[in-house]
Design a protein around this ligand. Sequence first.
Ligand SMILES: CC(C)=CCC/C(C)=C/CC/C(C)=C/COP(=O)(O)O
Length: 282
Amino acid sequence: MPSPKARSSAARSGSVPCAGGNGRYEFVSLSRTPPPHLLQRQGSDPTAARLRASESPSRRRGSGSSTSSTGGQQLPEEDCMKLNPSFIGIALSSLLAIDLWLSKRLGVCACEDASWGSVRPLMKLVEISGHGIPWLAGAVYCLYKSDSAAGQEVMLNLLMALVLDLVLVGMMKALVRRRRPAHNRMDMFATFSVDGYSFPSGHATRAAMCARFLLAHLVLAAPLRVLVLLWATFVGFSRVLLGRHHVTDVTFGFLMGYWQYNLVEMLWLSPVMLQSTIGQLQ
Ligand SMILES: CC(C)=CCC/C(C)=C/CC/C(C)=C/COP(=O)(O)O
């Protein structure tokens, strides 16, 4: 075995230890051509195979053929590519690892025994405030009760926005099929089958979209506008605290909800348009 000192100097010089035929370790430089006796052994040595695989693609291409020939062994190019992860691949798996770790650390209300388990009932109230059913019921009730054409128009479009949100989030969840965090307890009120999936958070999309909708179409005093923004933020944050979602599910949910409001504005249903559509149908 090399001494720790030998190992650290090897790391500095860009060389790696490799088991020699007599059981002793020898050092091979990654930047220089290995001596012939080692080249021969690399053909069947797994350590050497890893070294070849981690060689940069440009160096491999430099060999002038679609196969790398080292020590007389022909190695298919695709095999090397599989073992040599791209920068984007490494960045994505690092982000995923941070996401899993952070989501687990923040899931402090995931059950009653968790560190903030006592506030779980309060978090579940926040969860209900962002659920689809109260929002749909509220929009239908306000549409029915509204006696002005402008009020009816706004409520009709809110209803359309809520249905659009359910459809888009359902499609996205079915497409991505990311599992909810392992520490989540599936005790949610009224869910669809796709709600078994985690990405994106439907509560976060709805909170972001409805907050934008209310701020744009209701005349609210400044403290109420701040309250709407705080509510939307808290709904998203509570998803992670309850252990329902990963941080990235909520972040993406907010972005998607923000964008969904743009779509609602584009598809805005006006009374004139509705009348002409109904006229065409008759
Ligand atoms: C009228 C009707 C069919 C309403 C359906 C409303 C409904 C069940 C919405 C699902 C809301 C929900 C549980 C979304 C999941 O949110 P995440 O934040 O956990 O993704």
